[in-house]
Design a protein around this ligand. Structure first.
Ligand SMILES: Nc1ncnc2c1ncn2[C@@H]1O[C@H](COP(=O)(O)OP(=O)(O)O)[C@@H](O)[C@H]1O
Ligand SMILES: [Mg+2]
Length: 429
């Protein structure tokens, strides 16, 4: 099982390896790379006939030179390759990269900043946590790799390849290095983003989410620490560690409810819904939009009950009229529902225009069926009223903590322990 899965990942690795060389292989590249591997003896009379036909048709005097010696005959005439199933090769080694610094240790992996030894490009390497796996290559890691591949977009972090270390537990996703994550940036910025900047960021986030949803991928962990931002005003959605396909029939146990970080978790998940879909990501986008406006997270709860209480306070408790399924959700009966009261959204966001409030409440809508979609939200009038979204090129740039441009608080961590003998530079966890 493990070996089989590893082959799958190695197969993916080879896909990235071809992608890695700046652009994907074109049909022609693929054809010639295959041709290079074909022994000369496989040159067929067909090949030769087609070549001579080409020579006859060519207007270019260079082409008409007899080039059979300098150019392998089969090179330009190998049969076209299927594009969707690249040939299987092994993944490159993590030692193709020089480790620069550790950016972050998150819940599922460690992220390093590293330099490609061949090209000098700076990248981010995310080491997948596989050490405790007893049942083969974890499905979550496969989903993460697969979702990143499926959701390629200007506003989704670009996966370059998958590389492997010395042991079977050392598998790394190589991504473009992006200077900031939005959570760290918000905590370091002295002033909140301007309205025009918030519009640009929210639009970019909605475009990414719309793209994922239209490719049948739920992210399931949208939050500011999973949104990267470069110094050219562009957001990149990252961390597909909890992502999964939707739309397929759901198994007997339903979908896992252990998804989405508490502060960004939609009410239907909090109340125990066994199936959910794209609206859970939109709720999280609403929380992020609110966080950009407030310069702090909207719902800062310590536990699920407190979280539900904070939502009820902001939106008013739900009623069967505005959320017909509410009463049937598994955990609704366990709650003490407060007496009805009007929402306090306006008081919480006093400077937001009526249109902005309308967009925010369309994302923070109780009933998932009535909640806006990413596509609808992209066309909301909020984005076309003054002030207009700022062009990303006009965004200010900030020192990148991840690139070591500004030190973390000096007292934050003791110095690292000495490396044990025999440990490698990528072997820290
Ligand atoms: N491509 C990247 N470029 C720069 N920093 C990154 C990149 N990917 C992740 N990071 C940093 O590492 C952190 C953890 O990465 P993430 O993919 O969210 O892992 P986890 O699943 O452990 O939360 C992010 O919050 C961000 O600060
Ligand atoms: Mg994360």
């Amino acid at each position: 099982m493990f070996v089989w899965n590893l082959i799958v990942v190695q197969g993916m690795g080879c896909y990235f390896a071809s992608d890695h060389c700046s652009t994907r292989m074109t049909d022609q590249d693929q054809a010639s790379s295959v041709a290079r591997k074909r022994p000369k003896s496989v040159t067929t009379s067909d090949d030769e006939e087609r070549l001579s036909k080409k020579l006859r048709l060519s207007q270019n005097p260079e082409d008409s030179k007899p080039s059979l010696k300098s150019k392998p005959i089969v090179a330009s005439y190998a049969p076209a390759q299927r594009q969707s199933h690249p040939p299987i090769q092994t993944s490159r080694s993590v030692y193709s990269y020089e480790r620069l610094n550790q950016i972050e240790e998150g819940s599922y992996g460690v992220v390093f900043r590293a330099k490609d030894k061949q090209t000098g490009e700076v990248v981010a390497l995310k080491k997948l946590k596989l050490d405790e796996e007893k049942h083969g290559f974890p499905i979550t890691a496969l989903r993460e790799i697969n979702s990143l591949m499926t959701c390629r977009h200007e506003n989704v972090v670009r996966i370059r390849e998958v590389v492997v270390g010395d042991t079977l537990t050392q598998v790394f996703i190589v991504m473009d290095f992006i200077e900031h994550d939005l959570k760290t940036l918000l905590s370091l910025m002295p002033n909140p983003f301007l309205q025009s900047e918030i519009k640009t960021l929210t639009l970019q986030l909605l475009r990414a989410v719309n793209h994922c949803h239209s490719h049948w991928i739920l992210h399931r962990d949208l939050k500011t620490s999973n949104l990267l931002m470069n110094n050219r005003g562009t957001i990149k959605v990252a961390d597909f560690g909890l992502a999964r396909r939707f739309g397929d029939p759901v198994g007997v146990g339903g979908m896992t409810q252990l998804v989405v970080t508490l502060w960004y978790r939609a009410p239907e998940i909090l109340l125990g819904a066994e199936t959910y879909s794209t609206p859970i990501d939109i709720w999280s986008v609403g929380c992020i939009f609110g966080e950009l406006l407030l310069h702090e997270p909207v719902f800062q709860a310590k536990g699920e009950l407190e979280m539900i209480g904070l939502i009820f306070k902001l939106l008013g408790p739900p009623t069967v009229e505005d959320w017909p399924d509410f009463e049937d959700l598994p955990l609704t009966r366990t709650l003490n529902i407060p007496p009805p009261h009007p929402p306090t959204l306006r008081q919480k966001f006093p400077y937001l225009t009526a249109s902005g409030i309308d967009l925010l409440s369309s994302m923070l809508t109780y009933d998932p069926e009535l909640r806006t979609s990413a596509e609808q939200a992209l066309h909301h009038p909020y984005f076309t009223e003054s002030p207009l979204p700022k062009h990303p090129d006009l965004f200010p740039s900030f020192p990148s903590l991840a690139a070591g441009e500004k030190r973390r608080k000096a007292f934050e961590s003791p110095s690292a322990p000495q490396r044990a003998k025999g440990q490698t530079e990528y072997d820290y966890v």
